[in-house]
Write a protein that binds this ligand. Sequence first.
Ligand code: C5P
Length: 239
Amino acid sequence: MTDNPVFCALDTQNPMRASQLAENLSPHIGGIKIGMEFFYAAGLAGYQSLAATGLPIFLDLKLHDIPNTVAAAVNAICPLQPAILNVHAGGGLNMMRAASKAAKDTAEENNLTAPLMIAVTVLTSLEDEDLNQIGVSATPHDQVLRLADLAQQADMGGVVCSAHEVEALRSRCGPNFKLIVPGIRPAGHAKDDQKRIMTPEAALEAGADILVIGRAITQAVDPVQAASDISASLQSTKS
Ligand code: C5P
């Protein structure tokens, strides 16, 4: 896909701001992530203007519904050609199977490249207490491993997880299972609403494939400088 593991989360409702950020950041990032906020506000036109930058797009819509509905949604999204698309692993094995099959079938029927299908495990904003509140007695760590196993069985290409689970998942799921990691904060940066966080360098060292970084770049006084500093620190981590 790209050598630079940083996908910048463009969490804004303003398509002009998103396009401007994407263009300015483009030399320093590997791709962009757009989620519900941008997609619901800016729609297809907004998506297409970002796609025109040529950066790979992670379309973070976190689909979660009955298998038939999720498969139909994946079928509808595939022509947009996102590099990565995701569903919630909490939707279950059959829902994930339906999603990965829909991506493959639609791509084949239309002669397109299928998006990398990813399952969201446990949101990085959740800790033990939050899981307990919704009736999950497992720790976030164990719940992530359980959901990643299901995702693999369902033929998903990888998972979204926190950096804290990366090492365990890498040895459990093998080298080709993509590990996409949000909740990334450069040293000294505010946690915001995230709880299970790690620095970009430590997450990459642990074995993450893609680092999703939003506010640490987009809310910086100089977003281009912030992205360039992060990329530089990762270059030295890799070498
Ligand atoms: O600003 P920040 O770096 O915290 O942004 C993280 C991005 O990653 C947000 O767009 C959020 O929706 C997304 N995300 C997450 N945790 C997950 C999955 C996605 O924070 N488990």
